[in-house]
Design a protein around this ligand. Sequence first.
Ligand code: ATP
Ligand code: MG
Length: 396
Amino acid sequence: MKEIFLMKLGEVVLKGANKRQFENKLRQNVRRRMKPYGNFDVYLMQSTVYVEPLDDQADLDGAWEAARTIFGLVSLCRCRSCEKDMDSIFQAVQAYLGEDLDCAPSFKVESKRSDKAFPMTSIAISQEIGGRLAEAHPNCQVDVHHPAYTVYVEIRDLAAYVHGPAEPGAGGRPTGVGGRAMCLLSGGIDSPVAAYMMAKRGVEVEAVHFFSYPYTSQLAKDKVLELARLVTRYCGRMTVNVVHFTEIQEAIRDNCPEEYFTLIMRRFMMEIAQHLANRDGCGAIITGENLGQVASQTMEAMAVTGAVVKMPVFMPLVGMDKEEIVTIARKIGTLDTSILPYEDCCTVFTPKHPRTRPTLGQVLHAEQKLDRQALIQRALEQVERIPVKYHDETGV
Ligand code: ATP
Ligand code: MG
């Protein structure tokens, strides 16, 4: 008897070519994500991904943990496979779930028969296995309405499978079905959550970080690389483009009115991000902006910073409360790194009284002494590209 994973697809409303693309991507992603844990056969049938270890060396616990982070899967079951006959099914349930049944006050059996050639109906299967289990576990009562524990029996084409309650999968859509986007990744709480949320919608995420050495330290950069690595636990891989931003920030400080510093700086960030996005085949930009959180995140400020880009800007956190964002950061494991106290380039040269209701005309006037294109060109020439994968233990 072998232990295998059955993982159910999400968003099954899809049809035709979209469904095929979704399934192919998902199978490819599952294969890639299982690889570090051994040799697995990964196949997809009846809206279910099967992950079957090919030998005894496979690290099933590691693979199971990884499976929980794969987008496009709504529920995961760790099961035993067995022959499609009642004795084998009963023995498999006893061996695999017997201890769970001993601990539960009540149970029921739920069966599903997708192999219609199997001679018994689902109800008959449940009744027979349920009856045998009730005899074997006298302290566990049958309760078909409110059972404390449910045993599942699935009769599929290749084999029968038995398992306990399913666990929730990561949800969303398989990474890669939603195109590619460039995320502005700072060291804060918000932007890693924004990257995660768009990755969950099937977007392949690349990142850009603006780094102002010596105003911000190597530790601040390492922190961002570590945040990127933590997000790759969900989306597989990412390249972080580190942009040296000091010259631009000093030029703004020396040539522009202080109240516009942050706005002008953010316009540079967006424009540089757009160049990198175009270079890397990204169709959108992602930021962790949140309406009203800071002076540069009012509607008027967003209009001024958004004016330099022509591609869509995704702000998945724009309408969320900080607490909701923190809850997600905690769930995906980025919070503890985000709150390490290293400075971000946004906190260098912060104006005492930033403009919260700027107009585009005012900002264009405030930045007129700068040779924007020359500054952007020089920054682009020095971009460092750092590939990040979850299995590389880089960073802080
Ligand atoms: P975060 O928690 O993500 O840092 P924040 O609330 O501190 O966000 P801001 O500092 O105003 O907000 O930044 C808004 C957004 O701009 C960030 O979510 C991020 O997408 C981007 N951003 C800010 N600083 C940087 C940086 N140094 N490099 C790359 N992107 C940045
Ligand atoms: Mg920040």
